[in-house]
Design a binder for this molecule. Structure first.
Ligand code: MSP
Length: 521
């Protein structure tokens, strides 16, 4: 592939490394954090189903002025405060059954050592020099802003800014403008979706200033090597987590050799610049490989309104899961908007997805077919006769689905993938209606057996794919089809030996996608 050759060995071909941003511990987790993590979880699970060796990293960003302030406001020492809030993020990952392989905290020794090593390497390569910063800073965004970027004295994000004047080390970002533009050019899929790529390119073309990478007016951070009056700028500290989690500065660890460069950093659009400009510039400047891709997703609003603490409309993901169910929440968030676009959370939309797509379409298909098999086929996988055109058409549609989903998942098109799955579910439901197996029971039991076999086999394939998105419900469907654990990867999708075996006993079916009957949040 273009632009990948270098002095450093490439990550092995079947390896796959996906990361979430590490979340600030100034506040408790909300739906936005849950969204990014769940999207990465689906991406990681899909890659595992493909048989890839996956490393899925998430964690917490614990240094900087914003966290220091939050700790002071809470009247707690920063470390004790971050221990507490970081625990909430870990707990959320557990409640959401997230399949992360590691959880990194930037206050861990393994991270600190890596950041200091990267700093030294940048100094050694003359990429960092001492100067003085005088300008605006937004603590909420942990970002420096030029005077020209402010509107009405506020940051473009609406956050307040303060005037900062202090000695500071600078990174020679300006020297990396051309190499960055070349990187974007050589690898058109380095930034996805394409609209975001264009934004980044025009920003970089507009010119890059050297970047202040240390602070002296507070102390909650990683000390700058050989100059402990300075702490490392929180973004240089935080971005490095993607490598320190693999063992950097030791680039010979099994994890580093296998997984760096990362396949995809998934981030919200708010932090794309840090990932698509600063991060590859730091890496190139240190002689390291940039990640393969940065994917920026959109932002959620709540019933049309921006989500914010001051508006009091923050959605607690735990409450969401309690009210609607985990797989339902996962499905809604990943299906409702094309990954990359902004989305709006509304109870109506959530309940519609839950009742319409899941209960009526997917759930009902599974329930109808499995109960007919239970009642009419002696609770065993029926033996099919010869297939007619309609059977072939449905089997072919299910077969094509995998190739289409693969292509979509290669671009992190999560919603599109689910759309393709639900097209097959709709076809299968139409097939049930047209074939009317309940009527065949008396008139043509052999044909009934064929129809139910075709349907059960299509459901097996649907459930194999939906494991990435709705792991619990899909697992239950596969259990009800008595699919053994060792044939639940996507290698079993087309494999003839893994198809359902006529005569195999099936357990009694039970519904996996209940209709929403509770009190909407
Ligand atoms: N600590 C930095 C990231 C460092 S990564 C090296 C940070 N943390 S954060 O806690 O503010 O999390 C930001 C991320 O949370 C966003 O990029 C996005 O992934 C997610 N979201 C926060 N609010 C969101 C919405 N309202 N909607 C969707 N996702 C949003 O930035």
């Amino acid at each position: 592939m273009q632009g990948r050759g270098s002095e450093i060995p490439m990550a092995s071909a079947d390896a796959f490394y996906v990361t979430t941003p590490i979340y600030y511990v100034n506040d408790v987790p909300h739906i936005g954090h849950a969204y990014t993590t769940l999207a990465c979880d689906a991406i990681a699970r899909f890659a595992r189903l493909e048989g890839r060796r996956v490393h899925f990293l998430t964690g917490t960003d614990e240094h900087g002025q914003k966290v220091e302030k939050a700790a002071a406001d809470a009247g707690v020492a920063p470390q004790a405060f971050t221990d507490r809030v970081s625990g909430r993020f870990r707990e959320l990952a557990r409640v959401m059954a997230v399949s992360n392989d590691d959880f990194i905290r930037t206050t861990e020794p393994r991270h600190l050592a890596g950041v200091q090593a990267l700093w030294r390497e940048l100094v050694r390569r003359d990429q960092i020099y001492l100067g003085r910063y005088a300008g605006w800073y937004s603590v909420r965004d942990e970002t420096y802003f030029a005077e020209s970027e402010l509107t009405g004295g506020m940051a473009p994000t609406g956050a307040p800014v303060e005037w900062v004047e202090e000695p500071s080390y600078f990174f020679r970002l300006s020297a990396w403008q051309e190499p960055l533009l070349r990187l974007y050019e050589e690898r058109p899929d380095f930034i996805l979706p394409p609209s975001r790529r264009n934004e980044v390119i025009s920003f970089v073309k507009g010119g890059l200033q050297d970047l202040s990478v240390s602070r002296t007016s507070f102390s909650w951070g990683i000390p700058v090597p050989d100059d402990p009056d300075h702490v490392v700028y929180v973004w240089l500290d935080a971005l490095t987590n993607y490598m320190t989690a693999l063992g950097y500065p030791n680039t010979e660890t099994e994890a580093y050799r296998t997984f760096w460069p990362a396949d995809v950093h998934v981030v919200g659009k708010d932090i794309l610049r840090f990932h698509a400009i600063f991060w590859p510039a730091f890496l190139l400047a240190a002689g390291l490989q940039p990640p393969r891709r940065v994917f920026a997703h959109g932002w959620w609003t709540n019933e049309g309104q921006k989500i914010s603490k001051s508006l009091g409309n923050v959605i607690d993901p735990v409450q969401l899961i309690e009210a609607y169910g985990l797989d339902q929440t996962r499905y809604f968030l990943l299906r409702e908007v094309p990954f990359g676009n902004d989305g709006d959370f509304s109870r109506d939309a959530m309940v519609t997805r839950m009742n319409h797509d899941l209960a009526n379409d997917y759930g009902n298909l599974v329930q109808r077919v499995l109960s007919m098999i239970q009642r009419n086929c002696d609770a065993r996988v029926p033996a099919p006769g010869a297939y007619d055109d309609a059977d072939h058409r449905l089997i072919a549609a299910a077969g094509d689905m995998l190739a289409r989903v693969r292509a979509a998942m290669a671009e992190q098109a999560l919603s599109r993938s689910l759309e393709m799955v639900f097209e097959v579910i709709a076809s299968a439901n139409r097939y049930v209606d047209a074939q009317a197996p309940w009527a065949l029971r008396k008139t043509d039991p052999e044909r009934m057996a064929t129809v139910l076999y075709v349907l059960a086999e299509v459901i097996r394939r649907l459930a194999l794919v939906t494991q990435a998105f709705m792991p619990d419900a899909s697992g239950k469907i596969l259990d009800q089809l008595a699919v053994p654990d060792d044939v639940r990867s996507l290698a079993s999708f087309e494999d003839v030996a893994s198809a359902l075996q006529p005569g195999a006993a099936l357990p009694p079916p039970s519904g996996v996608f209940p209709r929403f009957a509770g009190q909407a949040l």
